[in-house]
Design a protein around this ligand. Structure first.
Ligand code: HEM
Length: 275
């Protein structure tokens, strides 16, 4: 039964404390409501990571394949790409802010730490969620500056007879740059005139310290997700307490798949399999 009265001359009038706004305020003030939102946004972000990893595996197919896919996402989707980016940002911010609020509230509830911490139940992954989360956030900012905005590293030619070298040389010629000059990642173009995401990723991971940053962050992502997935499934009541081992196994399986897929791309560039 709706409790809202219809006011023909204006907006709906709700009895005190029953408006959607009041409901949201109460929900967000409760620990359970916040935990449910952290779990839901976390699982939706995992969905993005799976999709992103599967899309990136086109690196193993051909430059044409990944460049066409990236072009489709950026140009053919029209305004939808901005809706998706806005949604992704909202998920990130909600997840982060509520997780931090919960952590601060838990700390405020017990300002004096336990003298003896009996955390036999809490795994290392559970205890480090905040820190792995903060590093993943920093990594995401770096990753956007690196591949989406092309602001942190330029590409330079590497070995002769190599796809990347060819692309860099073409740009140098087109822009009247001297041989050996570095070229912005976003200026690399394929034969169809599209942004050459393939050459950009190869250029990125050929630089040892960049690969090292990515690899370390993939390990932290694995640690964060392995616990986060299991915990979200249980908070949302999707997997009962009786099935904790199954939830833990599922968490590791999904986190492990994302890890293997992402690391395979870095490793393939290093091994010269993707060049
Ligand atoms: C080795 C692993 C990864 C590779 C090779 C990779 C590759 C890329 C590339 C090439 C782009 C730019 C696409 C374009 O401009 O057309 C991109 C964008 C992006 N990546 Fe990754 N990525 C990896 C891991 C990750 C991880 C772990 C996260 C999140 C924690 C992430 C989050 C994003 C986001 C948010 C964008 C921006 C999407 C947009 O433009 O709207 N990526 N990635």
């Amino acid at each position: 039964m709706s409790t809202a009265a219809i006011n023909p001359k204006g907006p709906r009038v709700y009895p005190a404390g029953q408006s959607p706004r009041a409901w949201a305020d109460t929900y967000l003030a409760s620990t359970v409501g916040q935990k449910i939102l952290v779990g839901t946004t976390g699982l939706l972000l995992v969905g993005f990571l799976i999709g992103h990893m599967v899309g990136n595996l086109k690196m193993f197919s051909s430059p044409e394949s990944i460049n066409k896919y990236a072009y489709f996402l950026k140009h053919d989707l029209g305004a939808l790409i901005w809706v998706a980016r806005g949604g992704l940002l909202a998920l990130f911010v909600t997840h982060l802010v509520l997780a931090l609020r919960l952590r601060l509230a838990a700390r405020a509830a017990r300002p004096v730490p336990y003298r003896v911490m009996k955390t036999a139940q809490a795994t290392l992954q559970a205890k480090t969620m905040l820190w792995t989360g903060v590093v993943i956030l920093a990594f995401t900012v770096y990753h956007l500056l690196h591949f989406t905005l092309g602001l942190v590293h330029p590409a330079s030619a590497a070995a002769p007879d190599d796809y990347l070298t060819q692309r860099v040389n073409l740009q140098q010629a087109e822009r009247n740059l001297s041989p050996g000059s570095a070229v912005n990642y976003l200026d690399l173009k394929d034969d169809a005139g599209r942004h050459d995401v393939y050459a950009m990723v190869v250029a990125g991971f050929r630089t040892p310290y960049i690969s090292a940053i990515y690899l370390v962050c993939q390990v932290l992502l694995l640690v964060h997700l392995s616990h986060g997935i299991q915990s979200s499934l249980q908070t949302l009541g999707l997997v009962g307490k009786r099935f904790t081992p199954a939830a833990v196994a599922l968490g590791w399986a999904v986190a492990g798949t994302i890890f293997v897929g992402n690391v395979a791309i870095v490793a393939a560039v290093w091994a010269g399999y993707v060049k």
